[in-house]
Write a protein that binds this ligand. Structure first.
Ligand SMILES: Cc1ncc(COP(=O)(O)O)c(C=O)c1O
Length: 385
């Protein structure tokens, strides 16, 4: 048997042929046409958000544009040196969005939730001697679908005059106290990449609570244009519109999402029971998920405390895929070579676990024989059965 890292949930051609055929024959295959519009409306119903989420060609462009829109709104000039608090342990694409917006990331540590360690931020930031009023943003990424303490985040931001933006790329389906972070007034983005839980093949969306930001985002994904007659632009945007075919797939998957999520949570429960045995024996350490969070687990991350190299080879030999996801981004070649672009605080926990974390496959359409195969192999390796 072979266990892939993920099996994308996608419709069969017969389920989307009619809508796609209509789009093709009308010639309206892009430029925010009918299916993109209905996808945004359906996403608003899903989130119960203040405004319609704005869809993009991918999650990274949604994040890039959300940051750009906020810089513009706050009248931060492109050349002004400003900073953003962010975990080092995340996805390179998140950090790149800051660098390309001319914002310096302040790499901060995570805790055993794999999320930004909010409680220690103040102490750590003080040590790096940056003028406080130059730190304008904080992006606590929702790694693996886990979510930070939203009330604490809001209080911290209020006290320190920071704009919180949530990179929820991997977290579609996750909830905090039964709602989505944007329901608490926090602007966020999601990814609909094929590997994500809710997929439009490629795609993403930004959800904002600010009317002006909402407008800017609609301009930004369309070259920054706010009117079409002269193609006049409000700010310099990158074409990042979603195609109709992606919106069609997104609409189909969203309609079936509650069913998908239900199956997924049954799988998650079984993983938790199984992997708890290993945590008790200190073989693995599991991600700490707060009781207030309903985490949809994009992959199943584990810290492997015993025999990691042998374990990785064993998984490979048994055709079980795994990923080094996420990673300590401050160690990536570009950031190492261009240290002037970044700031680092003490990354004690990140350093401790960075070579010990692996993500195991966990997908919504996993069948019981695949799960049993995975579980049996792991039990056998650690002689736990
Ligand atoms: C934390 C995080 N942010 C952003 C992205 C980018 O999303 P996309 O692949 O849709 O551009 C990803 C993708 O995996 C991610 O994990």
């Amino acid at each position: 048997m072979k266990i892939n890292i993920v099996k994308p949930v996608l419709p069969s051609i017969k389920n989307i042929a009619n809508s796609f055929s209509k789009a093709l024959s009308s010639g309206l295959v892009t430029n925010n046409s009918q299916n993109v519009k209905s996808f945004e409306k359906n996403l608003k119903d899903y989130f119960k958000s203040k405004y319609e989420p704005i869809v993009f060609c991918n999650g990274q462009m949604a994040l890039f544009s959300l940051i750009q829109a906020w810089k513009f709104y706050l009248e931060i000039r492109h050349t002004e040196k400003v900073y953003c608090i962010i975990p080092s342990f995340t996805w390179s694409g998140t950090i790149n969005c800051l660098i390309l917006n001319n914002i310096t990331p302040i790499f901060c540590d995570i805790d055993n939730s794999f999320l930004l360690d909010l409680k220690n931020l103040n102490n750590e930031i003080k040590k790096i001697k940056i003028k406080k009023n130059k730190i304008r943003f904080i992006i606590p990424v929702s790694n693996y679908g886990n979510i930070v303490n939203i009330e604490y985040l809001k209080t911290f931001c209020k006290k320190n005059n920071l704009i919180p933006l949530l990179d929820s790329a991997p977290a579609f389906g996750s909830k905090y106290k039964g709602a989505y972070p944007n329901n608490f007034g926090i602007d966020e983005i999601y990814s609909f990449h094929a590997t994500k839980i809710m997929s439009s093949m490629e795609g993403g969306c930004a959800v904002t609570n600010n009317k002006k930001i909402h407008k800017y985002l609609t301009y930004l994904r369309d070259f920054g244009q706010f009117e079409k007659k002269f193609g006049n632009i409000k700010l310099p945007g990158l074409n990042s519109k979603m195609q109709e075919i992606s919106a069609i797939v997104g609409n189909y998957n969203l309609k079936n999402f509650s069913k998908i999520l239900k199956t997924r949570f049954n799988i998650i429960k079984k993983y938790e029971v199984f992997f708890n045995k290993f945590e008790k024996k200190k073989i693995f350490t599991l991600m700490n998920v707060d009781n207030n969070v309903m985490c949809c687990y994009l992959y199943f991350p584990i810290i492997v405390n015993k025999k990691i190299l042998k374990f990785q080879n064993y998984l490979k030999k048994n055709n079980i895929s795994f990923r080094r996801y996420y990673t300590s981004t401050h160690d990536l070649e570009f950031y190492k070579k261009n240290e002037y672009l970044i700031k680092k605080t003490n990354l004690k926990f990140t350093e401790k676990i960075k070579n010990k974390v692996i993500s195991l496959p966990l997908y919504s359409n996993m069948n019981s024989s695949e799960m049993n195969y995975l579980f049996n192999k792991i039990e056998k390796f650690y002689k736990l059965n």
